[in-house]
Write a protein that binds this ligand. Structure first.
Ligand code: NCD
Ligand code: ZN
Length: 345
């Protein structure tokens, strides 16, 4: 049995680091495990231009020790007013790595999101021409569509048409949760990929209602039926280069989660690698772990692989109930559970 695993230093291709005191609390957890991360732009107000992205990148770096060796890769929050010229210029300058599409009102801080993605054709054409990835929160926002069907319907109604209309555009379907998404991406051309979170590999929708309502198991897209979890697991460990690590770590203070209208988001950054490794271990796929964590994403984005390594050991440890202090406290994924692997270096 393998008890120690050393892999190339990984990247997180989807994370929410927030701002202010929350940023100070959570950034270190992501920087401890990952060399680079794609930083989600859904702040209030959202990060829609190069000046805001530069300033946010500086705040992220300021929240970390000087020797953290961590590179935030910034994203542009697309709005109906997105400008192709400005986005291309910020990409050329190295400020924006990718653009993020939130359908308006799909999730936390998405009120400024896009109402009709096809109206942004000039922006998408430009992104396609310069090889800039489009990262998609793939859910329809139509209230008449059952919440558990919103991802599959998005693929049918919107994604398939986007892939047809912009055949060379690099597209990442973020945080996939369904068999439909896993199959669509697996069969799509090579310029279409997907990120997968730890929670969607580990919990199904029963976790949200286990003996009572469990706000800390609620995120968007919401966890689906067991069959979907199994399909997403299969995709993650398949060895296909189209699937890679994106935690969607999305911290909210405990009071915002444990509320009559609790926020969507799971804070998995403290033990993200351990979560993923648990899955690859259970699936007998330790030999495919490194490609998923440290190679597939970088190759898709056209970025160099990281130098350096991280090492994980098979050792049982209990995940704390809270991260933070009396003034700002977040419940991490796996709170109170025992994990079987731990990153040691
Ligand atoms: C994210 C957040 O809180 O910003 N929440 C979530 O449940 N994943 C937004 C998002 O990525 O949908
Ligand atoms: Zn997210």
């Amino acid at each position: 049995m393998t008890d120690r695993l050393t892999i190339r230093r990984p990247d997180d291709w989807h994370v929410h680091l927030r701002d202010g005191a929350m940023l100070e609390l959570v950034a270190q957890h992501t920087a401890r495990q990952f060399a680079r991360a794609i930083i989600m732009p859904n702040l209030t107000p959202p990060v829609t231009d190069a000046a805001a992205a530069r300033a946010y990148r500086d705040r992220i770096l300021a929240a970390l020790p000087a020797d953290a060796g961590f590179t935030p890769l910034m994203t542009c929050y697309l709005t109906d007013g997105a400008d192709a010229e400005a986005i291309a210029a910020a990409h050329a300058e190295g400020v924006f790595t990718a653009c993020k599409l939130y359908p308006a009102h799909a999730t936390t801080n998405s009120a400024h999101g896009v109402t009709d993605i096809f109206a942004l054709a000039p922006v998408l054409e430009r992104m396609q021409a310069i090889g800039m990835p489009l990262l998609i929160h793939g859910e329809v926002t139509d209230k008449d569509i059952d919440i558990f069907d919103r991802e599959a319907v998005f693929i049918e109604r919107t994604l398939a048409k986007l892939v047809r209309d912009f055949p060379a555009l690099k597209i990442v379907l973020e945080h996939i949760t369904t068999a439909e998404a896993a199959q669509y991406v697996a069969e799509a051309p090579a310029n279409v990929a997907a990120t997968i979170t730890p929670q969607h590999l580990i919990i199904n929708r029963n976790a949200i209602f286990d003996g009572g309502i469990r706000p800390h198991a609620y995120c968007l897209p919401v966890a689906k039926r067991e069959g979907h979890r199994l399909a997403v697991r299969k995709a993650a460990v398949s060895g296909s280069a189209k699937f890679f690590l994106g935690t969607d770590s999305a911290p909210h203070v405990v009071e915002a989660k444990e509320s009559s209208c609790g926020c969507a988001g799971i804070f998995n950054a403290p033990f993200a690698l351990e979560s993923y490794l648990k899955v690859f271990d259970e699936e007998g796929a330790l030999d495919r772990f490194e490609a998923f964590t440290s190679e597939n994403g970088a190759r898709f984005y056209g970025l160099p692989l990281n130098e350096g390594t991280v090492t994980l050991e098979r050792v049982a440890h209990r995940v704390p109930d809270r991260v933070g202090d009396d003034t700002l406290s977040v419940v991490p994924f796996h709170a109170g559970e025992t994990l079987g692997w731990r990153m040691v270096a």
